[in-house]
Structures are given as structure tokens and as C-alpha cells.
Write a protein that binds this ligand. Sequence first.
Ligand code: URA
Length: 249
Amino acid sequence: MKDIVQEIEDYFKNIKAVYGPRLFLDHALQDAEVTSTEPVTPTSVKTQPRPVASKKSFKSHVPPQTSPELEAYFQEIKECTACALSATRTHFVFGHGNAKADILFIGEAPGQDEDEQGIPFVGRAGQLLDKMLRAIGLSKDEVYIANVLKCRPPQNRDPLPDEVLKCEPYLQHQIELINPKILVALGRVAGNTLLRQESALTTLRNQVFTYKERPLIVTYHPAALLRNPRWKISSWQDLKKIKKLLSEL
Ligand code: URA
């Protein structure tokens, strides 16, 4: 009994810390999520209109990679022109974090903030990702964060198959260099792209897949959680699943 009470207390404490004080415990909303076929895209958050600035106004403050191997690989590929996205990017967003991380988070592609700064998940979604990590006892310095695509697609549209074909080997080599125990895809698009599926997020969330010989879990994109706070209960369940899996590996 004490365990259940503790569990409930922890749940509310963490939900409040991560998503704020507003509660969403309505079962109808939970059911709506389970049956929803609407794509879970972070689009509305990622496409907020912003003042247009010229490329030159962004200075690169990209911190060095945390291992010589990753830094050398970054230097090797950062001028990539394999697809058309290279023509419109401000920065090639290689990835950032601990070169020996046990857990590697994989987003879909850089958004505007990330393109401007050259670092993944630095915008509003990234701030929520920070809080989600802290809720499971991790900091951004302990994990590695990268994207399927290294360059921002115009208007944050979904990655095109040809772009994935050209860019995915970069991610796969990063996985080899970092050698994480577990991979976490953030969002339906990242999950489906890596797994070559067209599944709903609810389907993807309920399985542990294998990618590059490692367990891959798919969970909500933080930007989707910003748009749909009712998913925070399920998101919290995913975070606990990730933490448990990590502790077992
Ligand atoms: N969304 C992503 O998928 N990746 C980022 O780096 C930022 C937002």
C-alpha cells in the first residue's frame, strides 16, 4: 500500500515539475488519444512565424564534440551537400551531448532555433525535453541528442525519402561511435522514418524495437506535448519505461 501511495505522490510531483500545475486526468481525453489517427506532428509549434534574419546574422557558438572521434566525424561531414537542404541551412546540426551516453535521443530534423544555433533541441521543445530528462534523473550532459536529418527542411516539413537516404548513415555512424545502450526516437515521424513504417504513434509507443542492434523506444515529440498536454500521462509512462529499461541493460 505504501508503495502505491509513494508511486502516486511521485507521479504528481514529476508531472508538476515537467509540465506545470494543470492536471489532465480525464479518461475521455486519454481514450481520444488512443483512438486518434491524427498525425502527431510538432508542426504548429515548430512553424511559429518569426522575423526573418539573414544567414550572416547567426554566429556559430557550437560547442565542440565531447570526444575526439565525434569531433573528427563532425569536421568530416559538416560541409555535406548530398541533398538540397544544404543550400538553405544556416548550420549543419550534427548533434550534441555526452560522447559516452547510455541513451541517445533522436529527433526528426532541426527546427528554426536549431538551424540558427547549430545545436539540436534548443527551442521550446528542447526546454521541455530538458525537464523530461530531469524527471528521470538525467541531464542533457549525460545523454546524446541528434536528429535523423542534420539540416532543417523548409517550413519544417517532414523529411523526404531521398534526404533520409543521404543523411541516415551519418546518424548510424554516430550510434557506432557513441555506442549507447538504448535509442529513443522522439515522435511519430522520427520513429517511422527509422523503422520504415507508417504507424500511428500509439502503435509505436507500445513496443520495443531494434535499430542498429540496440533497443529503440518511440515516444512523444516534446513539441507535440506542448500542443497536447493531455498526453502527459502517457508520456510519463514512457519515461518510466525508458528509465526501467536503462536500469536493466
Ligand atoms: N525538433 C526536432 O525534431 N529536432 C530538433 O532538433 C528540434 C526540434
